[in-house]
Ligand binder design. Structure first.
Ligand SMILES: Nc1ncnc2c1ncn2[C@@H]1O[C@H](COP(=O)(O)OP(=O)(O)O)[C@@H](O)[C@H]1O
Ligand SMILES: [Mg+2]
Length: 158
């Protein structure tokens, strides 16, 4: 019988944006070239807050913000960081076909906001960071992967 790979998950709750950033900063210590992290959550959930903390953990000096007119911004750190935001993309799966995720990112870590818009085009090998909650609510942050190679992120968060 064929079995799908087991998904492993760790849930962390953060009560403030600083806590989300520091969680992401710790996770960045586990980052390796070629990693793909998908940031999933409503508008205002904290995806960009996570990206800011992750960048800090990679030693990026620049301020990370939401790329407004570009799909991807590259930052220099311990590893290159590729921050991608698909919010404004009408048909995100076309972006993949158009080379949005390509071999350039193998040199660094790709953080993709609204990654679920890529649907089936998303590579199976990835870490999903699913953020629930908005406004002043605490955030429930699920770190989820079907690839044992990404288990190190869950260990870094624990
Ligand atoms: N626990 C928390 N984690 C992350 N952000 C939080 C938290 N509590 C409140 N916030 C606020 O929620 C907003 C999240 O914004 P942002 O990261 O830009 O969201 P997104 O990129 O998901 O649209 C920020 O204004 C932040 O200060
Ligand atoms: Mg954002």
């Amino acid at each position: 019988m064929a079995s799908s790979p087991a998904t492993i998950e760790l849930v962390v709750t953060t009560a403030a944006p600083e806590a989300t950033r520091s969680l992401a900063e710790r996770l960045a210590a586990a980052a390796r070239a070629g990693d793909l992290l998908c940031l999933i959550g409503d508008l205002g959930a904290g995806k960009t807050q996570f990206a800011k903390g992750f960048a800090l953990g990679l030693g990026v000096d620049d301020v990370v913000s939401s790329p407004t007119f570009v799909l991807m911004t590259e930052y220099a750190g311990r590893l290159p960081l590729f921050h991608i935001d698909l919010y404004r993309l009408a048909d995100a799966s076309d972006a993949l076909a158009g080379g949005l995720l390509d071999e350039r990112q193998l040199a660094g870590v790709a953080l993709v906001e609204w990654a679920e818009r890529l649907g089936d085009a998303l590579p199976a090998s990835r870490l999903d960071v699913v953020i629930d909650g908005t406004g002043d609510e605490p955030r429930r942050i699920a770190l989820r992967t079907a690839d044992p190679g990404y288990r190190r992120y869950l260990e870094a968060a624990a």
